[in-house]
Design a protein around this ligand. Structure first.
Ligand code: NAD
Length: 473
């Protein structure tokens, strides 16, 4: 059996504050040499990553299997090919992104021309999570490189196989005088966070997000925080039932077993429609994963025993265990919990107040669908909000009244695969966004540049002031 806890992060050498300082110093030297700013350098690094994705595809799939028993199809579709498409997209559009953007000129500076120049911040830090340990590490790195920065990647120690993959291979394919991997857990990350960075890009939970932001504040370093939260799914009765059911089941269990930042966290539907929806969800589950849900090879396991215990504790609360209507089986040895539905769990239970990040799906029933909107708005702003309905009016009201990092109508998760949409949270779900051009923007300072000539120098702006000059201005 694959026990996550058997594969622990392996401390190879001491990595302390001084070690962190010396890496930053070296990368800053590289950045100051100017070489990371050239278009050619950026392209060469991204092409290097593309080569790694091809050459090392098997190693990546194996690492993801070790870390999460992630099914190969999911590893390929949700991690490798997403990274490939980020690279291709950047290579196709980088020249265009790098071009200074013409801005309007204003009467106050006539005659003049104006432009917005994207410049790299300098030396940036990317701190990655364990759930999509490959994609969520490499994707921000691609953005940082596209924008011309030096970058240190700190993969998650909770996905040790993927972390050591990066340590072993990334620097082989890119310029290691500008792009580095530092493995480690809290101590190493803390040592890194004591350094002065020009930008920090963190993906993970809000508790650590606060630690990152506090460390960044000491140096006035800007941050992107890609956090999580409880992403709701509102289901109306005016839907294509089986399509909706499949898309919910696929977004929850078919995507890393609910261990996804935009995973459906809980469903809101009407009392009268709930039985129909539940039957359809069960049917979709069986279609996808067979009758023995606990043994399906197409579902990732729970990442480690700590998270297994956390999820078990949700179910063990008395007022929760009595609400299980489907699933609930567990296998501690294999770190597996079957897809589980819960109906109308009390609001003050833990499971209704923390991000579930696992295979449990509470269903909340209301009198009318719009009541669900109030429930969502009474909570922290989620990273994603989903609505299933054919009703255009309801769709409009959902978009207008609910604040969320992003929204997807009549599907789950896939909004983050469109590189023309910014991906990021709001409020408790995060700060800033990335993907596509937004990744380039996340790692670029937008420098305002105004060009004037010596022509047209009016004395009206200069002292000595007079009423006549004032009229001229
Ligand atoms: P995690 O435990 O791997 O933590 C993320 C990173 O923080 C790791 O690199 C870890 O080493 C570092 N870290 C942990 N404790 C630290 C500390 N005390 N000081 C400094 N660094 C520390 O991953 P996680 O937080 O469990 O990830 C799950 C969370 O991430 C969920 O809330 C999920 O919603 C969110 N998430 C968000 C996105 C997004 O794109 N918005 C994507 C994936 C996950």
């Amino acid at each position: 059996s694959v026990m996550a806890d058997e594969i622990v992060f392996n401390k190879k050498e001491r990595f302390d504050k001084d070690a962190a300082a010396s890496i930053v110093k070296e990368l800053r030297g590289t950045f100051c040499s100017g070489k990371t700013k050239s278009y050619e350098w950026r392209v060469a690094q991204i092409k290097g990553i593309l080569r790694m994705l091809v050459d090392r595809e098997r190693d990546i799939i194996e690492a993801l299997y070790k870390d999460l028993s992630k099914p190969e199809t999911e590893a390929f579709v949700a991690e490798i090919s997403m990274a490939t498409s980020s690279c291709s997209h950047a290579l196709k559009d980088l020249k265009h992104w790098m071009k200074p953007e013409k801005a309007h000129t204003s009467f106050t500076t006539y005659p003049s021309s104006a432009e917005i120049v994207s410049e790299p911040f300098g030396v940036v830090l990317v701190v990655a999570p364990w759930n999509f340990p490959f994609l969520l590490a490499i994707d921000p790195v691609i953005g940082a490189i596209a924008s011309g920065n030096s970058v240190v990647l700190k993969p998650s120690e909770i996905a040790p196989a993927t972390s050591s993959f990066f340590r072993k291979y990334l620097e082989e394919y890119v310029d290691s005088s500008a792009i580095r991997v530092v493995e480690g857990a809290i101590d190493e990350t803390t040592a890194l966070l004591e350094q002065k960075w020009d930008k920090i890009f963190y993906t993970g939970n809000g508790k650590v997000g606060r630690i990152i932001m506090a460390a960044a504040a000491k140096h006035l370093t800007p941050v992107v925080l890609e956090l999580g939260g409880k992403s709701p799914v509102v289901v109306d009765s005016n839907i294509n039932l089986m399509v909706a059911a499949r898309r919910i089941v696929s977004g929850k269990w078919g995507s890393n077993n609910g261990q996804t930042c935009v995973s459906p966290d809980y469903i809101i539907t009407t009392k009268s429609f709930a039985p129909t929806l539940i039957d359809a969800l069960k049917q979709a589950l069986e279609e996808f994963f067979g009758k023995d849900l606990l043994q399906s090879k197409d579902i990732s396991r729970i990442v480690n025993s700590k998270h297994y215990a956390r999820l078990s504790n949700y179910l063990d609360e008395d007022k929760v265990s009595s609400k299980i209507i489907h699933g609930g089986q567990r296998d501690e040895k294999q770190l597996k919990i079957a897809p589980t539905f819960l109906l109308d769990v009390p609001e003050d239970s833990q499971i209704m107040n923390e991000e579930i990040f696992g295979p449990l799906l509470p269903i909340v029933t209301v009198d009318k669908v719009e009541d669900g909107f109030d429930i969502i708005n009474s909570r922290s702003k989620p990273l994603a909000a989903y609505l299933f309905t054919n009703d255009k009016k309801l769709q409009e009201e959902f978009v207008r009244t609910i604040s969320a990092g992003g929204m997807l109508i009549n599907d789950t998760i896939l909004h983050l695969t469109n590189p023309s949409l910014p991906f990021g949270g709001v409020g408790e779900s995060g700060i800033g966004s990335y993907h596509g051009k937004f990744s380039f923007d996340a790692f670029s300072h937008k420098k305002a540049v105004l060009y004037r000539s010596f022509a047209g120098d009016s004395s009206a702006r200069y002292p000595p002031y007079s009423p006549k000059k004032l009229r001229l201005l």
